[in-house]
Each structure stands twice: as structure tokens, then as C-alpha cells.
Design a protein around this ligand. Structure first.
Ligand code: NDP
Length: 278
């Protein structure tokens, strides 16, 4: 089953994409990682998230090898390190990312986390890259509600297309205010570490619900995140087996009892919560 999420400019992407942190770091694992990413694209997990930071460019390089010859099938996301988020440095950082990825454009370029560079300057630098055709749109990551409101006051800030945030069953703080605020603006939230970096998968309740649905724990964790409108989950999987399991996450239909038990074990926030960041 495919679910789509729509950006404010009308562009649609699959709600389930692929993360790539720590991919490409070990030569012995590269083949399996490439096969996993390629299989994911075949299965419709065509949004791929990477960053110049990951393995100092190794992740982008591996992604570049996988998408060679099929660039137009994917929605490519990368991130700029905060120290490169200035008018002086961002263009070069982006050029290097494009070179490693073997492409002439990113579909979405994100500020990885808040920078010492003034946001006004970062927004202006993003706009320059849009004007040059190097990126189609830009967004942010790890910005809390206060920072997002500040961004909206900056000239051009309302062009921010997405915010990538830590979001999984064990970290639901964004549901209180930031996610609804983004939903009201048609600004998709990219949920990073949606499997809690794998840590959620041994939880007895998640295993139990998975058994009830004849499913995998990873599918339960992903389906829980994808219940929210406007959320794109980007699990990282380094084997074909894992990516195939993840691709079926949307087959799970929780019943009222499942939802009640999930809320009991992983309570939704009842008040403003400081943003969780890895
Ligand atoms: P995830 O929550 O995606 O968990 C990844 C772990 O889950 C890996 O150990 C993986 O194992 C395992 N896994 C994946 N699928 C399955 C499955 N079906 N069954 C069992 N285990 C499974 O963690 P990440 O932190 O990697 O988050 C996802 C992505 O989010 C990152 O790769 C990155 O792109 C992005 N991110 C962004 C951040 C930011 O600051 N903006 C911060 C952190 C992440 P295996 O590898 O063996 O398949």
C-alpha cells in the first residue's frame, strides 16, 4: 500500500522513505546496503535521506552509486552542516554533495540543525541555490516550535518546505504542538529514527501487537508513526530483508485495542515538551 504526503507546493512523495545514516561506512557491508537501497526504490520507497555529515560523504557517495541511471525515480534529500550554512560556504558544500551524489540537483536540502549563522543568512543562501537550480526546495531539521516561528518571520522563511525531527513511539513530544503547527501549514514532518534506532523492536508490547497482526515489530513501529497526517518516515535498513519488511508497514490496520495499548505504553504528550534530538 502506498501513502503519499504532499508538500505545500503540491509535490507528492511516498510517506515511507529510506534513511542512510551509517550506510557506506564499512566496505564489507557496502554491497548489501546498495542492494537494500535499490530494492527499496523498486518497492516505492523512493524518498532517500542523506547528509554531507554521514560518514564524511560516504553515505552520499553510496547513494550516488545506487541512483546512477535512475535519478528521476527518486526524491533526493540531503543536509548541510550548520557550519556550512552561510552565504559564503553553502554553495560549495552543496556542489560537493551533488558531486558525491552524481546529480545536478537535490529535491530538498535541509539545515541539519540550528546554526550560529543567522537564520536570515541561511535562508538567503538556500534561496541562491534555488535560483541556481541546484536545489528544488529547502527545509530544516531539529528546529523546535520557537525556532520555526522565528523562521516564519524572516523574509523568505515561509518557503521552508519541511522539518526533519526525531519521532517514534518512544518520543512523541512533537505531537503536542510542533506537529499540529506544521500540519496546519502543509509542511511535512520527516520522522527520523522512526524505529528508535532499532531499540523499539524488542519492546514486549510492540512484539505482541506484531504477532497479533502476523507482522514484524518494525512494521508496527512504522505504522504507528505514519498514523499522523503529513508525516514521512525514513527508516534505515541495510538488508533487503529489512527493507522488504518495512515496505509493508502500511498494511497494518490497528484496531481500537491496539491503539489503546500503544498509548498506555507510550503515552502521548499532555504538555509542551523540549524537542528531543539525537
Ligand atoms: P532507525 O530508527 O531507522 O533504525 C535503524 C535500525 O533499525 C538499524 O539498526 C536497522 O538495522 C534496524 N532495522 C531497520 N529495519 C528493520 C527491520 N525491518 N527489522 C529489524 N530491524 C530493522 O534509525 P536511524 O537513526 O538510522 O534513523 C533513520 C534515518 O533518519 C537515518 O538513517 C538518517 O537518514 C535520518 N536521521 C536524521 C537525523 C537528523 O538529525 N536529521 C538524526 C538521525 C537520523 P539494519 O541496518 O541492520 O537493517
Amino acid at each position: 500500500m502506498t501513502r503519499l504526503v504532499t508538500f505545500a507546493d503540491g509535490t507528492t512523495v511516498p510517506a515511507l522513505g529510506q534513511g542512510t545514516w551509517e550506510i557506506g561506512d564499512h566496505p564489507a557491508r557496502r554491497d548489501a546496503e546498495q542492494q537494500a537501497l535499490a530494492r527499496g526504490i523498486d518497492l516505492g520507497l523512493t524518498l532517500i535521506d542523506t547528509a554531507e555529515l554521514y560518514g564524511d560523504g560516504r553515505s552520499e557517495r553510496l547513494v550516488g552509486e545506487v541512483i546512477a541511471g535512475r535519478r528521476d525515480e527518486v526524491f533526493l534529500v540531503s543536509k548541510v552542516r550548520p557550519e556550512n550554512a552561510s552565504e559564503l560556504k553553502m554553495m560549495l558544500a552543496c556542489e560537493k554533495s551533488l558531486e558525491r551524489l552524481g546529480t545536478d540537483r537535490l529535491d530538498l536540502y535541509l539545515l541539519h540543525w540550528e546554526s550560529r549563522v543567522p537564520l536570515e543568512e541561511t535562508v538567503a543562501a538556500f534561496q541562491e541555490l534555488v535560483d541556481e537550480g541546484m536545489i528544488v526546495r529547502w527545509g530544516v531539521s531539529n528546529l523546535d516550535l520557537r525556532a520555526m516561528k522565528r523562521l516564519m518571520e524572516i523574509e523568505g522563511g515561509e518557503d521552508c518546505a519541511a522539518n526533519q525531527l526525531l519521532y517514534h513511539l518512544g518520543s512523541r513530544g512533537v505531537e503536542f504542538d510542533l506537529l499540529p503547527w506544521m500540519q496546519a501549514r502543509d509542511m511535512p514532518m520527516m520522522a527520523y529514527s522512526p524505529l528508535g534506532r532499532g531499540g523499539l523492536l524488542d519492546h514486549p508490547l510492540i512484539r505482541d501487537i506484531a504477532d497479533r497482526h502476523d507482522a514484524d515489530p518494525a512494521q508496527v513501529a512504522l505504522a504507528a508513526v505514519l498514523r499522523q497526517d503529513g508525516v514521512i518516515a525514513i527508516p534505515k535498513a541495510s538488508s533487503v530483508e529489512h527493507v522488504e519488511a518495512n515496505a509493508d508497514a502500511l498494511e497494518i490496520q490497528f484496531d481500537a485495542e491496539d491503539l489503546h495499548r500503544l498509548d498506555e505504553a507510550f503515552p502521548p504528550p499532555t504538555r509542551e515538551t523540549p524537542l528531543d534530538i539525537i
